[in-house]
Design a protein around this ligand. Structure first.
Ligand code: NAP
Ligand code: ZN
Length: 346
């Protein structure tokens, strides 16, 4: 058993504090990872603050994990001590249902086991990456390509795959016009990935404050959604819209930006329901879809794609004492574009 140093929160309105958590002894197929960096995803904030309902406290969030393998169970075949390893939003699934067999473990029919705020098959509450060590079955560990440094690899494990998967599924590529709504952690990765896939990318942000960055990430255009003219000018423009916004927005306004047969995919997951007028969809045979992270095979494919295309998130590395401050900045849309905790400061 390993005692890991961690940062935990004890309630929806509490600050982070130092904590120690026990990581189980290695089971046959388990890998022990010494975590070097952990990204801060807006989902961590939704969970810690109770936006999505009640959770078990103390809670150690973090599902964008990058580190080094320091021990392996007796039946592990894919990893050895010293390997660079990543862990994303899930640490287990049934492995037997139709969806798991298809490599879509995130949609496991018996329920995937989340990296934190879940109960695993040992009956233990899972605790995430804001910590120095984690034990994970090897089938839920990702290999981080040598060319991707660990601090930028971490956000790929959630922000990267959550945007890569729908872009891949809805075939963003050459000849496709893609809009990304919200340019935070997920949004800036969506811009980079869609651009690398060959799509023409437009950012729809609340203001033009981050326009230079958006164009540098690969967007061809950048518009402010606070300006009503944006919605007139861009009406009927996009084959695919990826909405990454963490709050409730007037989604009908965005359906009007889709072409005939266009699709708006929501990856943003606000606590409140969105309401829509079905007329916005009927008019041009439009679709409204959702997408959750990606399977393990696709996550590895995304990491290899990012290595091949030299894609990495823009990160701000922080110490463990800065987590509360980082949360406030994320909530204020003041993130450029992912906070990543250096776990050596735990
Ligand atoms: P983030 O870094 O905070 O980015 C969200 C962006 O949305 C902000 O930067 C801002 O962009 C925009 N925004 C925020 N509040 C807004 C408002 N009231 N009105 C309009 N725009 C607003 O968050 P993130 O980590 O990228 O996560 C985004 C969402 O995706 C969260 O809800 C998270 O839980 C969810 N998520 C879902 C999955 C999944 O599997 N589906 C996975 C990970 C995360 P601008 O400043 O450019 O306007
Ligand atoms: Zn996430």
């Amino acid at each position: 058993m390993v005692i890991a140093k961690a940062r935990a929160v004890d309630g929806p309105d509490k600050s982070f504090r130092e904590a120690e958590i026990r990581r189980r002894n290695l089971d046959k197929g388990d890998v022990l990872i010494e975590i070097k960096y952990a990204g801060i995803c807006h989902s961590d904030i939704h969970t810690a603050r109770g936006d999505w309902g009640e959770v078990h406290y103390p809670l150690v969030p973090g599902h964008e994990i990058a580190g080094i393998v320091t021990d392996v169970g007796p039946e592990v075949t894919k990893y050895k001590i010293g390997d660079r390893a990543g862990v994303g939003c899930m640490v287990d699934s049934c492995g037997e249902c139709e969806n798991c067999l298809k490599g879509e473990e995130q949609y496991c029919l018996k329920g995937k086991i989340d990296t934190y705020a879940a109960v695993d098959k040992y009956g233990e509450h899972t605790q995430g990456g804001y910590s120095t060590h984690i034990v994970v079955p090897e089938d839920f560990v990702l290999r981080i390509p040598e060319s991707i440094s660990l601090e930028v690899a971490a956000p790929l494990l959630c922000a990267g795959i959550t945007t890569y998967s729908p872009l891949n599924h809805w075939k963003a590529g050459s000849g496709k016009k893609v809009a990304v709504v919200g340019m935070g952690g997920l949004g800036h990765m969506a811009v980079k990935i869609a651009h690398a896939m060959g799509a023409e990318v437009t950012v729809l942000s609340q203001t033009l404050n981050k326009k230079d960055d958006g164009l540098q990430f690969g967007a061809a255009d950048y518009y402010a959604t606070s300006n009503p003219e944006t919605f007139e000018k861009l009406a009927g423009s996009f084959d695919l819209i990826i909405n990454t916004v963490s709050a409730k927005i007037d989604i009908d306004a965005y359906f009007g930006l889709l072409t005939l047969d266009g699709t708006l995919v929501n990856v943003g997951a606000p606590g409140e329901p969105l309401s829509l007028n079905v007329q916005s969809l009927i008019g041009h045979r439009r679709s409204f879809a959702g997408s959750m992270i990606g399977g393990i095979r696709e996550t590895q494919e995304m990491l290899d794609f990012c290595a091949k295309h030299n894609i990495a998130p823009q990160v701000e590395v922080i110490s463990a004492d800065q987590i509360d401050e980082a949360y406030e900045r994320v909530l204020a849309s003041d993130v450029r574009y992912r906070f990543v905790i250096d776990t050596s400061t735990m």
